[in-house]
Design a protein. Structure first.
Length: 195
């Protein structure tokens, strides 16, 4: 009985947390706030790419020869069986130099405690993959998770994981590469306020 009550309280806390995130995200931004957020996201992306190049030997070639790439910074929290993450990012089209600002939200099932900050880089190898990601958004579910784990078996931290046709993903923490893929139930979509 105590376990059920505790789980119900945790579920309520997580829902309240994400409701707060959503409420904040719908408040209209001033032009100065938009410019500030864009600059902050661009700086995060630049720092992440620098870290990626240092950590993964194959990544500079993959980024520079790709159709495009996207960089996200995520902050996640987990308490017992429930958790979630939210973040922002930007997608770059290497041919047109167009930038599309985006958001992400993620639910993280499984046991755990604490908070984790991590960054994700997606490499798009085909125009179709990039266009679908930018225009329609993308969901990272259990099937993509399984494919990513399969593609990284035996690869250690030296290469990205193929998570969809034409899409390779790298995941990093402040301490460096994260071996394997730890995100599930993630949704990526356009940030209407920043585009």
């Amino acid at each position: 009985m105590k376990t059920k009550v505790l789980r119900a309280l945790m579920a309520t806390a997580v829902v309240a947390l994400f409701a707060g995130f959503l409420a904040c995200s719908t408040t209209p931004l001033s032009k100065a706030q938009v410019d500030e957020q864009r600059t902050s996201i661009r700086e995060m992306a630049s720092q992440t790419i620098t870290q990626l190049y240092q950590q993964y030997p194959d990544s500079p070639f993959n980024v520079e020869t790709a159709v495009g790439y996207a960089v996200f910074s995520d902050f996640g929290m987990k308490f017992l069986f429930l958790g979630g993450a939210g973040g922002q990012g930007v997608a770059f089209n290497n041919a047109t130099k167009q930038q599309t600002f985006m958001k992400m939200v993620e639910l993280q099932p499984g046991f755990g405690f604490g908070a984790q900050k991590f960054r994700i880089v997606f490499i798009f190898q085909t125009p179709e993959a990039l266009n679908q990601f930018v225009s329609s958004g993308w969901e990272f579910g259990a099937n993509a998770m399984a494919a990513a784990k399969t593609s990284t078996q035996g690869a250690g931290a030296q290469m990205g994981a193929t998570v969809a046709p034409g899409v390779v993903m790298y995941q990093l923490s402040d301490q460096g590469a994260i071996v394997g893929i730890s995100i599930t139930g993630a949704k990526y979509y356009k940030n209407d306020q920043l585009n």
